[in-house]
Design a protein around this ligand. Structure first.
Ligand SMILES: CSC[C@@H](O)[C@@H](O)C(=O)COP(=O)(O)O
Ligand SMILES: [Zn+2]
Length: 202
């Protein structure tokens, strides 16, 4: 039996993801056809609505979404994101209900500068990641890129860091997750803010 964890059907999920993608694209975080988004529609079995591959993410419609299984394989029409398997892996590992992937300049620059990960502490903005106080220290992991989503998923799993719902993929971009698309977006904005701040520190 399927346990539904989302109130959204596939078309409604497509509309939500299209709106989220338009917003990220307006920030310049999904240039070209870069970036992708997903929302969990069912937890058992794990099924996700994932943005279709190769589209301009600033011009998505509610139809530009593909239902996938836990391996990222399409269950219906369309070709899902090339990174659909990583979205499914993040959802399975973390229990997240939505995953965001953006190609921000700050995430790639910081991945080059701090390949071992980026430490943050004593910042009010960390409360935007669910912490109750600024008096906390967290690390944003950086993992090596791969075109193999199983390899990339293994690296992400090994790098997961407490209190940090995000990972930088070196030379590539940023993955962030949350309970739903809205929380995932807020967290993406917070993590990007942290990265931009760190860049100003030289
Ligand atoms: C310039 S797009 C690079 C892609 O390989 C990938 O990294 C990406 O973010 C978008 O892939 P997509 O298959 O459209 O979801
Ligand atoms: Zn990408």
């Amino acid at each position: 039996m399927s346990e539904t964890t989302s109130v959204l059907d596939l078309e409604e999920a497509g509309a939500v993801l299209a709106a989220e993608a338009a917003r990220f694209a307006s920030f310049g975080w999904m240039r070209g056809t870069s970036g992708n988004l997903s929302v969990v529609l069912s937890r058992t079995p794990l099924q996700l609505a994932v943005t279709a591959s190769g589209r301009d993410k600033g011009e998505l419609t509610s139809a530009d979404v593909v239902l996938t299984d836990a391996s990222g394989a399409a269950l219906g029409a369309g070709r899902p994101s090339a990174e659909a398997a990583l979205h499914a892996r993040v959802a399975a590992l973390t229990g997240a209900g939505a995953v965001v992937h953006v190609h921000t300049v700050a995430s790639v620059a910081m991945g080059h500068r701090k390949p071992g990960g980026v430490a943050f502490r004593d910042l009010e903005m960390l409360k935007g990641l669910g912490h109750g106080t600024h008096e906390v220290a967290v690390t944003l992991p950086v993992i090596e890129n791969s075109q193999d989503m199983v390899v990339l998923g293994d690296r992400l799993e090994a790098a997961l860091s407490p209190g940090m719902p995000a990972v930088v993929v070196a030379g590539h971009g940023l993955y962030v997750w949350g309970a739903d698309p809205r929380e995932a977006r807020h967290r993406t904005e917070v993590v990007e803010w942290l990265l931009e701040l760190e860049l100003t520190r030289g």
